[in-house]
Design a protein around this ligand. Structure first.
Ligand code: KG4
Ligand code: ZN
Length: 342
């Protein structure tokens, strides 16, 4: 029969996720177990805690995924797992689960690049071909631009040289005394702030590194605006709610400016007519509106996956069907590659 089932596993960072996807790219089931609560008090993902939490949740998540797809494990035709980039301990849990299933079920093993998958999430949500496109990934761990000629042809254009966009939101939120994760709390505070109250730097704005990002200078500039250069943050006078709002709005404007400027440049230079955006920061209303306005001005189609498909999930692992059909199977030698391969 033509109906085949692909089991996808995603454990690159702090969500344990699995999905069952048919050959027609229909999602049969999708389960995401988030560890956000465990990392909250550290205002960021703690790798050791993440790995342990994956160990605890991987079997229940796999169980629930297969059960809610209404199939048995024996009906799975292939197993895909995200192997790069990500946290080493987290990636290993997914990899070992996938290898074990491949051995026991005697089914092919497929590797997923987590960042390519984030762009493929747009293909899944759009339900149409989105390639060729420019792909933008803005998350807690990544800020990257790709030229995507096809669903298996990704060319890395550039990325952050220090913090990821979401990471900058999280760190600045902590400085402003706002809650974690920082993205939603900063964008809420920014609503009543003046984005022009502070002049913050737009990292790597020149033509030298057109598609690379830098947010660490911006982070330092916010810190200096709070407490003055070279002084500890604790020494600063308490911020008024209006100051917090103005700092949040000015910071957000700087992040949105650099992301939008570099993305629009990528569209101009590649002459591609489709933009696909993934990652948790794609939830940011100011960024969405800016990209919507600028793409519509030049007649470029914009696809931003709904939030549950922007953040880490296993549905986007459907990209493994592309490798399945191309016969790109892995051996049991398959290993993780935690770092970003450009
Ligand atoms: O993709 P994601 O769930 O996590 C990983 O990177 O794994 O993205 C999480 C990031 C966090 O840094 C969070 O602060 C940011 O996305 N985020 C936002 C917003 N909602 C979430 N950043 C800006 N504006 C938002 N509304
Ligand atoms: Zn991700």
């Amino acid at each position: 029969s033509s109906l085949k089932y692909l089991l996808t596993i995603e454990t690159t960072c702090d969500e344990t996720a699995a999905a069952v996807i048919t050959d027609g790219l229909e999602v049969r089931s999708s389960v995401v177990s988030s560890q956000a609560k465990l990392h909250e008090k550290f205002a960021g993902v703690v790798p050791e805690i993440a790995a342990r939490a994956h160990l605890e949740s991987i079997l229940p998540v796999l169980d629930e995924t297969v059960k809610s797809a209404g199939i048995s494990l024996a009906q799975i035709d292939a197993i895909a797992v995200a192997t790069t980039p990500g946290l080493a301990g987290s990636l290993l849990v997914g990899l070992i689960a996938a290898k074990t299933l491949a051995v026991v079920l005697r089914k092919p093993l497929l590797a997923v690049n987590h960042l390519h998958a984030h762009i493929y999430a747009c293909q899944m949500s759009a339900g149409r071909n989105v390639f060729p496109c420019v792909g933008l990934i803005v998350s807690g761990g990544h800020t990257s631009l790709y030229r995507c000629a096809g669903p298996s042809e990704f060319e890395f254009l550039g990325g952050t040289i220090d913090d990821a966009a979401g990471e900058a939101f999280d760190k600045v939120a902590a400085m402003l005394g706002l809650s974690y994760p920082g993205g939603p709390s900063i964008s809420a505070a920014a609503l009543t702030g003046n984005p022009k109250a502070y002049t913050f730097p737009r990292g790597l704005a020149g033509k030298q590194r057109p598609f690379d990002f830098s947010f660490s200078g911006l982070k330092t500039a916010v810190r200096y605006a709070i407490c003055g250069p070279g002084k500890p943050l604790e020494s600063a006078a308490p911020l008024t709610p209006q100051q917090v709002a103005d700092l949040a709005a000015s910071f957000q404007a700087a992040v949105v400016d650099s992301i939008a400027d570099k993305t629009m440049r990528a569209l101009r230079e590649t002459r591609l007519r489709q933009l696909c955006v993934g990652g948790g920061v794609a939830a940011n209303a100011a960024l969405r509106e800016r990209l919507k306005r600028e793409t519509s001005k030049i007649g470029v189609a914009l696809e931003i996956a709904p939030l549950e498909m922007c953040t880490d999930n296993a549905i986007m692992g459907a990209i493994a069907w592309e490798r399945y059909h191309a016969g790109k199977f892995e051996t049991l030698e398959l290993d993780i590659t935690p770092g970003l391969v450009r």
